[in-house]
Design a protein around this ligand. Structure first.
Ligand SMILES: [Fe+2]
Ligand SMILES: [Fe+2]
Length: 453
């Protein structure tokens, strides 16, 4: 591939888009060349075949932050970055939103600014034709030894991307409760986290959602300003809620919701979107279900709809808002975090198990929705399993006991879930295979979802 084709070939040219204005401040950088780009992380745009956002940071303002892009290390295209400063920190975050990329193509990038020694990397866009692919799913990572080990595990497992369901770094340990005041905040932790994940996130997209710990007191009305400074999100979600989005990869549709908008347990941002998020969710699901290319639908958000762990239990707010919608559109898999453990339900309809799905089961996913708690990605685990009786938080945060016959399997070790999507075979059967691994790579759960068209 010649450099000329990268720049001008049909549909091949990468163009930088003006990035959405989500609270960037006008930045006038001092001359500072000694700082090096760090915290590199990628995010797909709304169409992963053609769009990728590359984000990075420098510990201070820099002149002419830019990305060079090409099909080899001669690069060829230079794109200036949009820079955003953030609250209480000198770090500046740089973003480039690349469009019109070629599908299934490996790109080389180089990040630099005036006088800097550059940082290089590669990424691959989603393929044009359906192929088997793997993604990682988890939440509640933080900055710690287990989290670092999981970044290495994720690299070894070679997913195409990670679907990260909130509670990313814990720069605000109050977790949206407001308890403890400003001393619960240390925004330097964001940069430690972004540097920790760079070995993976600098090469494959980390598609993040917000957890309760992304609601940072004093950081914007919703507390999301710090998150929005650091991530260049796809921007195709609910109007006024850039933390929500959807995308399609191969035969799987993904929807990232804001679980805080529906949480009875931690109600700081309850109902700021309300029916607007529900209507958007219904529209997305209807569109995905009518798309002949999509077999499976995976929805991700932070709060647990079904988890027996006694620290947070299950959230009745998320249940009441979204369970009827998930049932109606036959969502295959819901990924949650929040409880720092692993748990998986049997397939459910209207809150009741419809099939037994022990470890290793192969199930017809049209029968019911499987709920996964994958909150064991690094923060201290919660060794407090609640089966056979746990509780659900109802309106007002009141915890009501309930039996938990919906729970198929719990595990209280650190873990990361991996999912392998397999396109339809000759008989029209597609598969989504779950493998949950502990930090040392041991299998703690397996499940195969099947769907026939
Ligand atoms: Fe958490
Ligand atoms: Fe949480």
């Amino acid at each position: 591939m010649s450099r000329r084709r990268v720049l001008t070939g049909s549909g091949a040219a990468a163009l930088a888009a003006g990035t959405a204005s989500v609270g960037p401040l006008l930045w006038v950088p001092p001359a500072s060349a000694a700082v090096r780009p760090g915290g590199v992380h990628l995010m797909y745009g709304k169409n992963p075949k053609h769009r990728m956002a590359v984000s990075w940071s420098t510990p201070a303002g820099v002149r002419r932050p830019r990305l060079e892009l090409g099909l080899d290390r001669t690069y060829g295209l230079t794109v200036p970055a949009e820079s955003r400063s953030t609250k209480d920190l000198g770090t500046v975050y740089h973003h480039v939103d690349l469009r019109r990329l070629r599908p299934g193509t490996r790109y080389h990038y180089r990040l630099s600014h005036k006088g800097a020694s550059p940082v290089t990397g590669t990424f691959r866009t989603a393929p044009k034709v359906q192929r088997p692919f793997r993604f990682a799913a988890f939440g509640d990572m933080g900055v710690n030894a287990a989290a670092a080990a999981h970044v290495a595990l994720i690299r070894r497992m070679r997913p195409k991307f990670a679907f990260v369901v909130g509670d990313l770094c814990y720069a605000d340990t109050s977790g949206g409760t407001g308890v403890g005041g400003p001393q619960t905040q240390d925004f330097r932790v964001w940069d430690q986290w972004l540097n920790q994940i760079q070995p993976s996130a600098g090469h494959v997209p980390w598609m993040t959602t917000v957890g309760n710990h992304e609601m940072e007191e004093g950081n914007g009305e919703l507390g999301y300003s710090g998150y929005l400074d650091r991530f260049q999100l796809p921007g195709n979600g609910v109007k006024g809620a850039p933390v929500t989005y959807s995308f399609v990869h191969g035969n799987v549709g993904f929807i990232a919701l804001d679980g805080n908008d529906a949480s009875y347990e931690i109600s700081r941002n309850l109902d700021y979107l309300g029916s607007a998020q529900d209507q958007w969710l219904r529209r997305e699901l209807a569109e995905m279900r009518s798309d002949p290319e999509i077999d499976f639908i995976v929805v991700g958000f932070h709060n647990c709809m079904y988890c027996t762990n006694l620290v947070h239990g299950s959230d009745g707010g998320n249940r009441s808002r979204w369970e009827p919608i998930f049932d109606r559109y036959s969502v295959d898999l819901v990924v949650n975090g929040h409880n720092h453990c692993y748990e998986r339900t049997h397939p459910l309809r209207d809150g009741a198990p419809v099939i037994e799905a022990p470890r290793g089961a192969v199930i017809d996913s049209t029968r019911g929705t499987t709920y996964l708690t994958a909150g064991g990605a690094g923060q201290a685990v919660y060794p407090t399993g609640g089966r056979p009786i746990s509780y659900v938080s109802i309106e007002g945060g009141v915890r009501v006991p309930e039996t938990t016959e919906w729970s198929a399997l719990t595990n209280e070790v650190h873990s990361v879930a991996f999912l392998d999507a397999v396109p339809r075979n000759k008989r029209g059967v597609a598969k989504l295979k779950l493998t949950a691994l502990s930090t040392d790579g041991k299998v703690i759960d397996r499940l195969t979802l099947k769907r026939r068209r």
